[in-house]
Design a protein around this ligand. Structure first.
Ligand code: SAM
Length: 243
Protein backbone atom coordinates (compact mmCIF):
# COMPACT_ATOMS: atom_id res chain seq x y z
CA UNK A 1 0.00 0.00 0.00
CA UNK A 2 1.27 3.51 -0.88
CA UNK A 3 1.90 5.79 2.14
CA UNK A 4 -0.45 8.76 2.31
CA UNK A 5 1.05 12.08 1.24
CA UNK A 6 1.70 14.42 4.17
CA UNK A 7 -1.04 16.83 2.95
CA UNK A 8 -3.55 13.96 2.93
CA UNK A 9 -2.37 12.78 6.37
CA UNK A 10 -2.87 16.26 7.82
CA UNK A 11 -6.30 16.47 6.22
CA UNK A 12 -7.24 13.04 7.61
CA UNK A 13 -6.02 14.01 11.08
CA UNK A 14 -7.91 17.34 10.98
CA UNK A 15 -11.05 15.44 9.93
CA UNK A 16 -10.64 12.91 12.74
CA UNK A 17 -10.22 15.68 15.32
CA UNK A 18 -13.24 17.56 13.91
CA UNK A 19 -15.34 14.39 14.00
CA UNK A 20 -14.21 13.66 17.57
CA UNK A 21 -15.27 17.11 18.77
CA UNK A 22 -18.43 17.15 16.64
CA UNK A 23 -19.42 13.83 18.20
CA UNK A 24 -18.94 15.27 21.68
CA UNK A 25 -19.60 19.02 21.62
CA UNK A 26 -19.86 19.16 25.44
CA UNK A 27 -16.21 18.22 25.83
CA UNK A 28 -14.02 21.32 26.32
CA UNK A 29 -10.64 21.30 24.52
CA UNK A 30 -8.67 21.47 27.80
CA UNK A 31 -10.13 18.07 28.71
CA UNK A 32 -8.53 16.40 25.68
CA UNK A 33 -6.25 13.39 26.05
CA UNK A 34 -2.72 13.32 24.68
CA UNK A 35 -0.13 10.56 24.73
CA UNK A 36 3.58 10.17 25.43
CA UNK A 37 5.79 7.15 26.15
CA UNK A 38 4.49 5.52 29.28
CA UNK A 39 6.42 5.62 32.53
CA UNK A 40 6.71 2.62 34.85
CA UNK A 41 3.38 3.01 36.67
CA UNK A 42 1.47 4.89 33.99
CA UNK A 43 -0.37 4.20 30.75
CA UNK A 44 1.22 7.00 28.70
CA UNK A 45 -2.06 8.91 28.47
CA UNK A 46 -2.04 12.51 29.70
CA UNK A 47 -5.04 14.36 31.13
CA UNK A 48 -4.74 17.92 32.47
CA UNK A 49 -0.94 17.49 32.56
CA UNK A 50 -0.81 14.26 34.58
CA UNK A 51 -0.13 10.74 33.39
CA UNK A 52 -2.95 8.33 34.18
CA UNK A 53 -1.86 5.45 36.45
CA UNK A 54 -2.22 1.76 35.65
CA UNK A 55 -5.25 0.01 37.09
CA UNK A 56 -4.55 -2.06 40.21
CA UNK A 57 -5.06 -5.71 39.23
CA UNK A 58 -7.28 -8.09 41.20
CA UNK A 59 -4.10 -9.96 42.16
CA UNK A 60 -3.52 -7.13 44.66
CA UNK A 61 -6.91 -7.61 46.34
CA UNK A 62 -5.33 -8.79 49.61
CA UNK A 63 -3.71 -5.37 50.09
CA UNK A 64 -7.14 -3.71 50.16
CA UNK A 65 -8.25 -5.95 53.03
CA UNK A 66 -4.98 -5.80 55.03
CA UNK A 67 -5.65 -5.78 58.79
CA UNK A 68 -3.46 -2.67 59.27
CA UNK A 69 -5.56 -0.58 56.85
CA UNK A 70 -7.93 1.00 59.36
CA UNK A 71 -5.08 2.22 61.56
CA UNK A 72 -2.94 3.38 58.61
CA UNK A 73 -5.69 5.20 56.71
CA UNK A 74 -8.16 5.88 59.56
CA UNK A 75 -10.97 4.57 57.39
CA UNK A 76 -13.18 4.87 60.49
CA UNK A 77 -12.77 8.67 60.32
CA UNK A 78 -13.64 8.69 56.63
CA UNK A 79 -16.84 6.75 57.29
CA UNK A 80 -17.73 9.08 60.13
CA UNK A 81 -17.14 12.13 57.91
CA UNK A 82 -19.44 10.72 55.22
CA UNK A 83 -22.29 10.73 57.77
CA UNK A 84 -24.42 8.37 55.67
CA UNK A 85 -28.07 8.11 56.67
CA UNK A 86 -30.37 5.08 56.74
CA UNK A 87 -32.05 4.71 53.35
CA UNK A 88 -29.30 6.52 51.43
CA UNK A 89 -28.46 5.31 47.92
CA UNK A 90 -24.70 5.17 47.45
CA UNK A 91 -22.35 4.21 44.63
CA UNK A 92 -18.90 2.84 45.50
CA UNK A 93 -16.96 3.35 42.28
CA UNK A 94 -13.97 1.05 41.85
CA UNK A 95 -15.25 -0.86 44.87
CA UNK A 96 -12.49 -3.49 44.80
CA UNK A 97 -13.10 -6.16 47.44
CA UNK A 98 -15.87 -4.08 49.02
CA UNK A 99 -13.86 -2.71 51.93
CA UNK A 100 -16.07 0.40 51.93
CA UNK A 101 -19.21 -1.22 50.44
CA UNK A 102 -19.55 -3.42 53.52
CA UNK A 103 -19.00 -0.61 55.98
CA UNK A 104 -21.37 1.72 54.10
CA UNK A 105 -24.02 -1.03 53.85
CA UNK A 106 -24.09 -1.11 57.65
CA UNK A 107 -24.73 2.66 57.74
CA UNK A 108 -27.52 2.82 55.12
CA UNK A 109 -29.41 -0.12 56.64
CA UNK A 110 -32.06 -2.34 55.07
CA UNK A 111 -33.71 0.49 53.14
CA UNK A 112 -30.48 1.80 51.64
CA UNK A 113 -28.45 0.43 48.73
CA UNK A 114 -24.78 0.36 47.73
CA UNK A 115 -24.11 0.11 44.01
CA UNK A 116 -20.67 -1.53 43.89
CA UNK A 117 -19.08 -0.70 40.53
CA UNK A 118 -16.04 -2.53 39.17
CA UNK A 119 -14.39 -3.14 35.83
CA UNK A 120 -12.81 -6.43 36.99
CA UNK A 121 -15.24 -9.34 37.34
CA UNK A 122 -12.72 -11.03 39.66
CA UNK A 123 -13.02 -8.11 42.10
CA UNK A 124 -16.82 -8.22 41.95
CA UNK A 125 -16.74 -11.98 42.70
CA UNK A 126 -14.52 -11.39 45.74
CA UNK A 127 -16.70 -8.47 46.81
CA UNK A 128 -19.94 -10.47 46.69
CA UNK A 129 -18.36 -13.41 48.54
CA UNK A 130 -17.31 -10.93 51.26
CA UNK A 131 -20.79 -9.37 51.38
CA UNK A 132 -22.51 -12.77 51.66
CA UNK A 133 -20.16 -13.80 54.45
CA UNK A 134 -20.93 -10.56 56.29
CA UNK A 135 -24.69 -10.84 55.75
CA UNK A 136 -25.23 -7.64 53.74
CA UNK A 137 -25.45 -9.01 50.17
CA UNK A 138 -29.09 -7.92 49.81
CA UNK A 139 -28.06 -4.27 50.27
CA UNK A 140 -25.49 -4.46 47.48
CA UNK A 141 -26.07 -3.98 43.74
CA UNK A 142 -22.95 -5.32 41.99
CA UNK A 143 -22.31 -3.80 38.58
CA UNK A 144 -19.65 -4.65 36.02
CA UNK A 145 -19.00 -1.27 34.43
CA UNK A 146 -16.70 -0.32 31.59
CA UNK A 147 -13.70 2.02 31.66
CA UNK A 148 -15.97 4.79 30.38
CA UNK A 149 -19.31 3.99 31.97
CA UNK A 150 -20.24 2.94 35.52
CA UNK A 151 -23.68 1.89 34.19
CA UNK A 152 -25.65 3.63 36.92
CA UNK A 153 -29.27 4.71 36.52
CA UNK A 154 -29.57 8.47 35.84
CA UNK A 155 -30.31 10.91 38.70
CA UNK A 156 -30.64 8.06 41.21
CA UNK A 157 -27.69 8.29 43.64
CA UNK A 158 -27.30 10.41 46.79
CA UNK A 159 -23.56 9.89 47.37
CA UNK A 160 -20.81 8.62 45.10
CA UNK A 161 -17.61 7.52 46.82
CA UNK A 162 -14.42 7.15 44.78
CA UNK A 163 -11.60 5.94 47.03
CA UNK A 164 -8.12 5.62 45.55
CA UNK A 165 -9.53 5.13 42.05
CA UNK A 166 -9.90 8.40 40.13
CA UNK A 167 -6.16 8.61 39.29
CA UNK A 168 -6.41 5.25 37.48
CA UNK A 169 -9.52 5.94 35.41
CA UNK A 170 -8.50 5.36 31.79
CA UNK A 171 -11.22 7.86 30.78
CA UNK A 172 -11.54 10.36 33.63
CA UNK A 173 -13.62 12.84 31.62
CA UNK A 174 -16.20 10.25 30.58
CA UNK A 175 -16.30 8.64 34.02
CA UNK A 176 -16.80 11.98 35.80
CA UNK A 177 -19.54 12.96 33.36
CA UNK A 178 -21.32 9.62 33.81
CA UNK A 179 -21.00 9.71 37.62
CA UNK A 180 -22.48 13.22 37.74
CA UNK A 181 -25.34 12.15 35.46
CA UNK A 182 -26.08 9.36 37.96
CA UNK A 183 -26.30 11.75 40.93
CA UNK A 184 -29.59 13.18 42.09
CA UNK A 185 -29.65 17.00 41.96
CA UNK A 186 -27.60 18.18 44.95
CA UNK A 187 -25.99 14.73 45.30
CA UNK A 188 -22.41 14.38 46.57
CA UNK A 189 -19.35 13.26 44.66
CA UNK A 190 -16.58 12.38 47.12
CA UNK A 191 -13.01 11.71 46.03
CA UNK A 192 -10.49 10.21 48.44
CA UNK A 193 -6.95 10.30 47.10
CA UNK A 194 -3.48 10.02 48.62
CA UNK A 195 -2.16 13.58 49.01
CA UNK A 196 0.05 14.47 46.04
CA UNK A 197 1.25 17.59 47.89
CA UNK A 198 2.89 15.49 50.60
CA UNK A 199 6.20 13.76 49.72
CA UNK A 200 6.02 11.89 53.04
CA UNK A 201 3.00 9.85 51.87
CA UNK A 202 4.66 6.54 50.84
CA UNK A 203 2.70 5.91 47.63
CA UNK A 204 3.91 5.97 44.00
CA UNK A 205 3.57 9.49 42.54
CA UNK A 206 1.04 8.57 39.83
CA UNK A 207 -1.19 7.03 42.51
CA UNK A 208 -1.42 10.34 44.41
CA UNK A 209 -3.30 13.51 43.44
CA UNK A 210 -3.16 17.07 44.68
CA UNK A 211 -6.31 18.92 45.68
CA UNK A 212 -5.56 21.54 43.00
CA UNK A 213 -5.38 18.85 40.31
CA UNK A 214 -8.73 17.32 41.28
CA UNK A 215 -10.37 20.78 41.35
CA UNK A 216 -8.90 21.64 37.94
CA UNK A 217 -10.19 18.40 36.40
CA UNK A 218 -13.65 18.85 37.93
CA UNK A 219 -13.88 22.48 36.77
CA UNK A 220 -15.11 21.29 33.35
CA UNK A 221 -18.09 19.47 34.90
CA UNK A 222 -21.40 20.70 36.34
CA UNK A 223 -20.42 20.35 40.01
CA UNK A 224 -19.62 22.83 42.77
CA UNK A 225 -16.63 22.34 45.05
CA UNK A 226 -17.92 22.03 48.61
CA UNK A 227 -14.92 21.32 50.84
CA UNK A 228 -11.71 19.40 51.38
CA UNK A 229 -11.29 17.52 54.63
CA UNK A 230 -7.73 16.93 55.83
CA UNK A 231 -8.48 14.69 58.77
CA UNK A 232 -6.93 11.48 57.42
CA UNK A 233 -3.23 10.67 57.87
CA UNK A 234 -2.42 10.15 54.16
CA UNK A 235 -5.42 11.10 52.02
CA UNK A 236 -7.65 14.07 51.45
CA UNK A 237 -11.40 13.90 51.12
CA UNK A 238 -12.56 16.25 48.36
CA UNK A 239 -16.31 16.84 48.15
CA UNK A 240 -18.29 18.23 45.19
CA UNK A 241 -22.04 18.67 44.74
CA UNK A 242 -24.02 18.27 41.56
CA UNK A 243 -25.27 21.69 40.48
C1 SAM B 1 -6.81 0.73 44.29
S1 SAM B 1 -8.33 -0.16 44.04
C2 SAM B 1 -9.37 0.63 45.27
C3 SAM B 1 -10.53 -0.23 45.70
C4 SAM B 1 -11.46 0.38 46.76
N1 SAM B 1 -11.99 1.65 46.37
C5 SAM B 1 -10.79 0.47 48.10
O1 SAM B 1 -10.38 1.57 48.48
O2 SAM B 1 -10.68 -0.55 48.78
C6 SAM B 1 -8.94 0.52 42.52
C7 SAM B 1 -10.08 -0.27 41.88
O3 SAM B 1 -10.71 0.57 40.91
C8 SAM B 1 -11.12 -0.23 39.83
N2 SAM B 1 -11.33 0.64 38.65
C9 SAM B 1 -10.40 1.25 37.88
N3 SAM B 1 -10.99 1.96 36.89
C10 SAM B 1 -12.32 1.80 37.05
C11 SAM B 1 -13.47 2.28 36.34
N4 SAM B 1 -13.37 3.06 35.27
N5 SAM B 1 -14.69 1.93 36.80
C12 SAM B 1 -14.82 1.12 37.89
N6 SAM B 1 -13.78 0.62 38.57
C13 SAM B 1 -12.55 0.97 38.17
C14 SAM B 1 -10.03 -1.25 39.69
O4 SAM B 1 -10.50 -2.40 39.01
C15 SAM B 1 -9.63 -1.52 41.15
O5 SAM B 1 -10.31 -2.63 41.67
Amino acid sequence: MRPMSSARSILALALAVTVAFAADPARPPEAAYTTRPRTRDGIGKIYFGREIAQVMGHQGAGWLERPSREAEERTDLLLEALALKPGEIVADIGAGTGYFSWRMAQKVGDTGRIHAIEIQQEMLDLLMANMRRRGVADRIVPVLGTVQDPKLPPASIDTILVVDVYHEFDFPFEMARAMIAALKPGGRLVFVEYRGEDPAVPIKPLHKLTEAQVKKEMSVHPVTFERTLSLLPQQHIIVFRKT
